[in-house]
Design a protein around this ligand. Structure first.
Ligand SMILES: Cc1cc2nc3c(=O)[nH]c(=O)nc-3n(C[C@H](O)[C@H](O)[C@H](O)COP(=O)(O)OP(=O)(O)OC[C@H]3O[C@@H](n4cnc5c(N)ncnc54)[C@H](O)[C@@H]3O)c2cc1C
Length: 394
């Protein structure tokens, strides 16, 4: 069996590695001339870390990421800090696997090295897919340069603007949330000493929030600032913004937030569009994976993690079920409800973070006590973090 994967992002490369580990031939066709990820951080919760360890890249990722020592909630104007119940620092103890915060290019690099070690010819670069044809038991993928690739199965792992999904189902409806994320990665030495900490921090305030956490063993700090009430609708990893505008978006916020903004070389912007879960993913010998089939708002920090889980379960289905099309439908059935719950949960979380009571200390203290009580946090995350890709039925 030969599997074609369109897209060499976190999802596509994890799927390739999981398939190669089970002895299945794979070609990854990536549009970019070099495998690269946007310079941003990504949180890999223990359900994703479990998959990385299963695939033999856990140690490599651990060596280049961070396990945060603690979490802090801080108030937007005074900087008052609370230490809530934290699943991140206690992840290994509670869930058996660490919770990584990792620089996306580092994670992609670890996956790429493992894929190339398993099959040096697997990754084909500069191959922008534009369409596919299915006939009988073959799938042909066509590229914009006129080239083609042929295999038994096609997996669209080509991200939020997937052309494989568009050919199967058209463009799903998207609702603009009026929010965008500012993103930046900061060399730690550019920050004041008191911010050099291995602590994940959520700044809460009215109509906006900031999340920052260390990456790469503390060499870098990842900054994400979510702002509501905007009218700019581009979903792109490469859309740049202006640092002055970012400062203005956080006018009145604590000096620590502005120290971080001042240290960002290039701020990027990503607009938040919400979509409903896709009811059907694949057809015939074609399926989807990752953002191609469950694009999500990032309010549960699960988009990449769910793409990682998809890759493992796809490989299990294709190696455990003898016939290709039934195997793909079983993979989709195994994954649809879980990822739909994640997408809906993320849509609902969008408003939870920007509660008006976060404007002042009493409201924020009550919010932290309520939303970050251990049983609340466990109720939000246990169902996600306890998922075992080896034992779930496929
Ligand atoms: C601000 C923000 C913060 C986030 N934080 C987190 C987090 O902390 N944790 C988490 O788990 N998730 C997070 N996410 C979500 C996560 O980034 C995505 O879910 C994840 O990148 C999806 O991976 P993917 O491989 O499916 O798609 P992508 O990462 O988009 O990769 C798709 C790949 O396909 C390639 N491609 C596209 N079109 C074609 C084509 N026609 N032909 C060939 N190749 C093609 C692209 O070049 C790319 O390499 C966040 C998202 C945002 C916007």
């Amino acid at each position: 069996m030969k599997v074609l994967i369109a897209g060499g992002g976190i999802g596509g490369l994890t799927a390739a590695l999981a398939l190669l580990k089970r002895g299945i031939e794979v070609e990854v066709h990536e549009q970019a001339q070099a495998l690269r990820e946007v310079g941003a951080g990504v949180q890999i919760s223990p359900n994703g870390a479990r998959v990385l360890y299963e695939l033999g890249v856990g140690e490599a990722v651990a060596a280049i990421s961070c396990e945060n020592e603690a979490k802090e909630i801080r108030l937007w104007n005074t900087g008052e800090a609370w230490s809530p119940f934290d699943v991140v620092a206690r992840s290994a103890e509670i869930y058996g696997y660490p919770y990584f915060t990792v620089y996306r290019p580092d994670l992609l690099g670890a996956l790429e090295a493992a894929v190339r070690a398993a099959d040096p010819g697997c990754i084909r670069l500069g191959r922008k897919a534009e369409a596919f044809e299915q006939s009988g038991d073959r799938v042909v993928l066509r590229f914009t340069d006129g080239g083609t690739a042929e295999g038994d199965i096609l997996v669209g792992a080509d991200g939020i603007h997937s052309i494989v999904r568009r050919q199967l189902w058209g463009e799903p409806a998207a609702r603009f949330t009026g929010m965008l994320a500012w993103r930046g990665v900061i060399p730690m030495e550019r920050l004041p000493r008191h911010l050099h900490r291995m602590v994940g921090t959520n700044w809460v305030g009215p109509g906006r929030h900031v999340v920052h956490y260390p990456l790469r063993r503390g060499e870098l700090m990842n900054f994400v600032g979510v702002v509501e009430g905007v009218d700019w609708q581009v979903e792109s990893w490469t859309a740049q913004g202006d640092r002055g505008e970012l400062h203005r978006d956080y006018e009145g916020w604590h000096a620590d937030v502005h120290s971080m903004i001042a240290a960002i070389e290039t701020p990027f912007r990503w607009a938040f569009l919400a979509r409903d879960p896709l009811p059907v993913w694949g057809q015939g010998r074609v399926t989807l994976l990752g953002d191609a089939c469950h694009p999500t708002l990032p309010f549960m920090a699960q988009g990449a993690v769910q793409a990682i889980e998809d890759g493992f379960i796809l490989a299990r289905a294709l190696s455990e079920i003898p016939s290709a099309e039934p195997a793909l439908r079983r993979y989709e059935d195994a994954r649809r409800d879980r990822t739909a719950r994640m997408v809906r949960g993320s849509n609902e979380n969008a408003t939870r973070f920007h509660n008006p009571e976060l404007a002042h200390a009493e409201g924020a203290a009550a919010y932290v006590a309520r939303e970050f009580a251990e049983e609340k946090v466990r109720a939000r995350y246990d169902w996600l973090f306890t998922y075992d890709v080896n034992t779930v039925p496929v």
